[in-house]
Design a protein around this ligand. Structure first.
Ligand code: PLP
Length: 392
């Protein structure tokens, strides 16, 4: 069964992914099982998506109930779950309005479009350039890969879209120098995810906010990976004592159903009028009702507190490993967005972990990233740390 699926996949699916040779068939909480019946503790969570773990009974219940009522009608009409989800997000964030779509890239696409349009409406058409960060990741559509500060993501797709400049993350002077007459916004992940789990220096994001205020730029936070509790707050910006003008969400927002959202303050949001932007599937009743349940569980069951607590514990344990093994050059991250940078490639360690029943993630060749469901138990963290200790 296993081999047949893999052989067939290699024939009929575009070869965009380098996959591990297992077929995952089901999950429960922080565990998944493959077609051979092997069990894995999941420290990947669908790349920071399944924050409440797999097959959560309350989510399943809402999904089934809503499937029996209404899946989709288009945004020609009002639907209750979409309005409820938008209200929840507005009440629990800096934002006044929400645009719904289906993925992270689309949410960033909406953020880029609204930023440009905001300045057009103000009569400042010459301001269309967004400053983004080196080593950032914002998606794979033409606009979002143009906004992504990694050569390997852009390679082969020239000419990329005009209107994106890059500066090093955590370098406020470089940002100040880059602002010019065509600059309209700054796009930044408060903690860089795919680029290597890089945290901002203390006060850096506040200074970015200051630069934006002084020069009239819109500040866009890409919280697609950091949002929905991942860093130990509902949104990462809450750690840093400032608010963006625009924020994008996706990944964990519906715990595995595809959803994206672009949130903005009123003065920015009003740049989107009827017909200016749209998405057929954006905010369907099925996806938004699930998302609303995800957010209810997250707040009612105090899962973000748990994330902060076990995240701190996990980081301590990783630093303990670092003390014991010279090949670990750095341990970084916040909440349950953590990583361990190695002075060797991470692939063989990852494969050994997998053989021993742990799914972990390797980015940029030598950085092991740990992004488990936020409900992960300390015992599971200990088991992984012991496994890593033995392998190293
Ligand atoms: C995953 C990710 C994206 C892209 O999301 P997709 O849903 O894959 O389009 C964009 N920005 C950040 C920070 C991400 O982590």
């Amino acid at each position: 069964m296993n081999n047949e699926t893999i052989t067939k996949a290699d024939q009929v699916i575009t070869q965009t992914y380098k996959r591990f040779p297992i077929v995952i068939t089901r999950g429960k909480g922080c565990r998944v099982w493959d077609s051979e019946g092997r069990c894995y503790t999941d420290f990947v969570a669908g790349i920071a998506v399944c924050n409440l773990g797999h097959a959560h009974p309350k989510i399943t219940e809402v999904l089934l109930r809503q499937a029996d009522i209404l899946l989709h009608v288009s945004n020609l009409y009002y639907t209750v779950p979409q309005v409820e989800l938008a209200s929840w997000l507005v009440e629990n964030s800096f934002a006044d309005r929400v645009f719904f779509c289906n993925s992270g890239a689309e949410a960033n696409e909406a953020a880029i479009k609204i930023t440009r349009r905001y300045f057009k409406e103000k009569g400042e058409s010459e301001r269309f350039s967004i400053i983004a960060m080196e080593n950032s990741f914002h998606g794979r559509t033409m606009a979002t890969l143009s906004a992504t500060g990694q050569e390997k993501i852009r390679k082969g797709y020239d000419p990329v879209l005009r209107g994106f400049d890059f500066v090093p993350f955590n370098d406020i002077e470089a940002l100040k120098r880059k602002v010019g007459p065509s600059t309209c916004g700054v796009l930044i992940e408060p903690v860089q995810g795919e680029g290597g789990v890089r945290c901002p220096d203390p006060e850096y994001l506040k200074k970015v906010r200051q630069v934006c205020d002084e020069t009239g730029l819109l500040l866009i936070f890409d919280e697609i990976q950091t949002g929905i509790g991942r860093t130990g707050k509902l949104f990462a910006y809450e750690h840093f004592g400032l608010e963006p003008d625009i924020m994008t969400l996706a990944k964990a927002l519906a715990n595995g159903l595809p959803i994206g959202a672009m949130l903005a303050k009123e003065h920015v949001a009003s740049a989107f009028g009827p017909g200016s932007h749209a998405s057929t599937f954006g905010g369907t009743p099925i996806v938004t009702s699930v998302s609303l349940e995800v957010l209810r569980i997250l707040s009612e069951e105090k899962i973000i507190n748990h994330c902060r607590e076990v995240g701190a514990y996990f980081k301590e344990r990783l630093m303990w490993l670092q003390n014991r093994h010279g090949s670990i050059v750095d341990v970084r991250g916040m909440g349950l967005l953590l990583c361990m940078e190695l002075d060797v490639e991470g692939a063989s360690i990852l494969n050994t972990c997998m053989a021993r029943g742990f799914l972990i993630n390797c980015i940029q060749e030598n950085i092991l990233r740990f992004i488990p469901p936020l409900i992960i138990a300390k015992e599971d963290i200990d088991s992984l740390v012991n496994c890593l200790d033995e392998i190293l």
